[in-house]
Design a protein around this ligand. Structure first.
Ligand SMILES: NC(=O)C1=CN([C@@H]2O[C@H](COP(=O)(O)OP(=O)(O)OC[C@H]3O[C@@H](n4cnc5c(N)ncnc54)[C@H](O)[C@@H]3O)[C@@H](O)[C@H]2O)C=CC1
Ligand SMILES: O=C(O)C(=O)COP(=O)(O)O
Length: 509
């Protein structure tokens, strides 16, 4: 994907290395934190790149601001729930994060919070500072032999498991995509959900905030927990129903909670975070020097990769794009896009078929589907389309693409409408249509391709073309009443005499 960035705005606190890496690579950068929504809406009409952490809320109305020129949003961190991904995708904006850059910091905070709960360290410290020596008040419990229920066994969940096992804890856990055998490899047992709630002494949450995880820990699940459960949330506010948690703390059914994240930040729910059995931190999971340096550097380098056309990492909303710039796939992407352009220039059909043959074409199916749709939509004059939003725009424009695959044969891409079928072979030198409607041919898709419909006189046509284009003509193919002319270099529509050659399509890529 060809993306030029002129100005990037960093709108949250980020390590200075983020700005300096971008600037060293010729990208202009401003840092403006604490923007109001109105200021952010204005900013997206002035900056084509935006880098945020969790404080900036990149909502749909920000993204859909008239005149928004954003092309890429970078999250210097993990969670992207502060960015409206659907709105960004629809507008063709790439969203990237830096998965893993702050994992260990969030893991360590979770483990320390557990220790603090077990031994009442914050309370004991406050009591000392208040001039007391309350040795009897702060009787703790050991972690050794206790059971920890980990909800979400991704990067953070599994690292928490490994560390807490070294304290002698039994670790049990649930993750819809991690089978029991995989969890067993990092020492986590999988029991039934209700069994885990009833068994755990501690429960720690490490899922993203998704519609399925919102209020996952609610009144019902809390009531199923073993009395005295201690609950930690260093993942996202909103995964716990805060009112239900508060009621559990007041009744004593929940004996402690450690919270780093809140439904609304800064939190409004004072009664909860001021409760005597709650340890609260202001979203500090990623706030270490190491994590901040890492995520700042990573997001800046990812932006530079985009500008330099290198393979992408960390793309959240267009996974197929990750490979778009890989050298070996460039011919496939280019061929798919150009077949889309040619087909849509000739045919108005909206129900299309794409056949992918060969191992590589099938392995990168979603990338090639985006490429072909991009070509089709461009040729049909759809505005603001790119590889990120091609599928959304195709749906909006009621273009249906059916995909068939055949892995065994050699690499080939075919695109068919009711009135024409085009096939091409990915080739590093130039993009070529090798077959049209079952007839072998050799039509180059270099700068321009001319397609003449229902020609009446071959002689007239050839005379007209050679007088206008001469050596620019690369190849001429006569296929079932149409003529396909591959042209090297530019040629203007007005230079062709339609009276002489009849209806034609002059296709540029
Ligand atoms: N407090 C802080 O400052 C930080 C918070 N985080 C947050 O921590 C959370 C976890 O981050 P990572 O481990 O890096 O993410 P990850 O993507 O590696 O792991 C998340 C796991 O949750 C699982 N999951 C999804 N739905 C689930 C459900 N209904 N029940 C159980 N598991 C479910 C996924 O399958 C995945 O394996 C995220 O919400 C992230 O935003 C991350 C870094 C710092
Ligand atoms: O990376 C994450 O998911 C975090 O929650 C860290 O948030 P922050 O970058 O500290 O605002």
């Amino acid at each position: 994907m060809d993306l030029k960035l002129t100005r990037v705005l960093i709108s949250d606190q980020a390590d200075p290395s983020c700005k300096s890496i971008l600037e060293e690579n010729g990208i202009k950068v401003d840092v403006k934190t604490g923007l109001s929504k109105e200021e952010l809406k204005k900013a997206v009409t002035e900056y084509d790149g935006l880098i945020v952490r969790s404080a900036t809320k990149v909502t749909a109305d920000v993204i859909n601001t008239p005149g928004c020129i954003l092309r890429i949003i970078g999250r210097a961190g993990t969670g992207v729930d502060n960015i409206d991904l659907d709105a960004a995708t629809n507008q063709g904006i790439i969203v990237m994060n830096t998965p893993g850059g702050n994992t260990i910091s969030a893991v360590e905070l979770t483990c320390f919070m557990m220790g603090c709960m077990a031994r009442s360290i914050p309370k004991a410290d406050a009591s000392m500072k208040a001039g007391r020596w309350d040795r009897k008040l702060f009787m703790g419990t050991e972690l050794m032999g206790k059971t920890l229920f980990i909800v979400g066994l991704g990067k953070i969940g599994r690292e928490v498991a490994i560390r807490m096992q070294s304290f002698g804890m039994r670790t049990i856990g649930y993750d819809p995509i991690i089978p029991a055998e995989a969890a067993a490899k990092f020492g986590v047992e999988v029991l039934s959900w209700d069994e885990m709630l009833a068994t755990a002494d501690y429960m720690t949450l490490h899922t993203p905030l998704l519609p399925e995880t919102r209020n996952l820990i609610n009144e019902e699940n809390i009531s199923k927990c073993k009395p005295g459960i201690k609950i930690l949330n260093c993942a996202r506010g909103g995964i716990i129903d805060e009112d239900a948690l508060y009621r559990g703390l007041v009744s004593g059914h929940v004996s402690g909670a450690a919270l780093d994240v809140y439904d609304v930040e800064p939190p409004k729910n004072e009664a909860l975070f001021k409760h005597e059995n709650v340890i609260a931190t202001p979203h500090l999971g990623a706030s270490t020097k190491e994590a901040q340096k890492r995520v700042a550097r990573e997001i800046a380098e990812q932006f530079v990769d985009v500008v330099k056309g290198r393979p992408l990492v960390g793309v959240v909303n267009a996974p197929s794009l990750v490979h778009a710039s890989s050298k070996h796939l460039v011919p496939y992407v280019s061929l798919a896009k150009k077949l889309g352009v040619v087909l849509a220039s000739i045919s108005k059909d909206k129900a299309l078929e794409m056949k992918l043959e060969g191992e590589t074409a099938n392995k990168y199916k979603s990338l090639l589907v985006s490429s072909v749709l991009f070509g089709i939509l461009m040729a049909r004059g759809i505005k603001d389309v790119n590889m990120v939003n091609a599928e959304c725009r195709a749906k909006e424009n009621k273009i249906a693409l059916t995909i068939t695959s055949c892995e065994q044969s050699s690499d080939k891409i075919s695109l068919a409408a009711r009135d024409i079928t085009l096939t091409g072979v990915p080739c590093h030198a130039t993009d070529i249509i090798t077959n049209i409607d079952g007839i072998d041919c050799n039509v180059s898709m270099g700068r321009c391709t001319l397609v003449v419909e229902a020609y009446t006189s071959r002689i007239d046509l050839l005379q007209e073309l050679s007088s206008k284009m001469g050596e620019k003509i690369e190849n001429i193919n006569f296929v079932k009443g149409r003529v396909f002319v591959g042209i090297q270099g530019e040629i203007q529509q007005e230079h062709l005499n339609s009276e002489k050659i009849g209806k034609f399509h002059l296709i540029t890529y």
